[in-house]
Design a protein around this ligand. Sequence first.
Ligand SMILES: Cc1cc2nc3c(=O)[nH]c(=O)nc-3n(C[C@H](O)[C@H](O)[C@H](O)COP(=O)(O)O)c2cc1C
Length: 176
Amino acid sequence: MHAFIVIYGSHYGNTEKYARAIAAALGCPALSAKEVRTADLAGKTVVFGGGVYAGSICGWKRTAKKIAKAKAPRLVLFVCGLADPAKQKTRDEARMLFEKKCAAAKDAPVFCLRGGIDYGKLKFGHRTMMAMLMQYLKRKKDPSPEDAQLLATYGKAVDFYDESTAKAVIDAAKSL
Ligand SMILES: Cc1cc2nc3c(=O)[nH]c(=O)nc-3n(C[C@H](O)[C@H](O)[C@H](O)COP(=O)(O)O)c2cc1C
């Protein structure tokens, strides 16, 4: 087995919690995308996880650049979001967002883990974005069950965190 490193991009700690659990299982450090250096990746199996934020993955842009510079590390990727991981659309979007910024992501396994949201703790920009999304969903003619769930939980705290789902990421990293 190769040495591991876990990198995360997280605004509110959900992804970081998964990353720390994965790192503990792999016996390696978990570093934020801001603090990790290109040299930290050399020769390692890299596990990256980032929170999904309306068409982008927190920390992925800067990490993808470091991955491109580092010597061919093995990659395992995961997103943490509110969208249902059982849906093909959720998984396709995660893969698309990873591949958009990094050619090496094409060969990497991608996992979707579920996080949470606490509207009371959102930063101003994020609160504004969610308010705009709710306006859009309210006007939608044929809302999906997921849309309805978002509308029903708007303003509250929702927590889908489930550490058992991180096992697939750990197993994938160990198998590389
Ligand atoms: C402004 C905003 C946009 C979001 N966009 C998405 C999204 O497009 N898809 C999704 O599944 N979750 C989305 N979420 C939910 C977050 O991904 C979720 O809260 C996740 O747990 C955040 O992880 P973090 O705490 O590690 O940053 C969004 C949350 C906010 C506040």
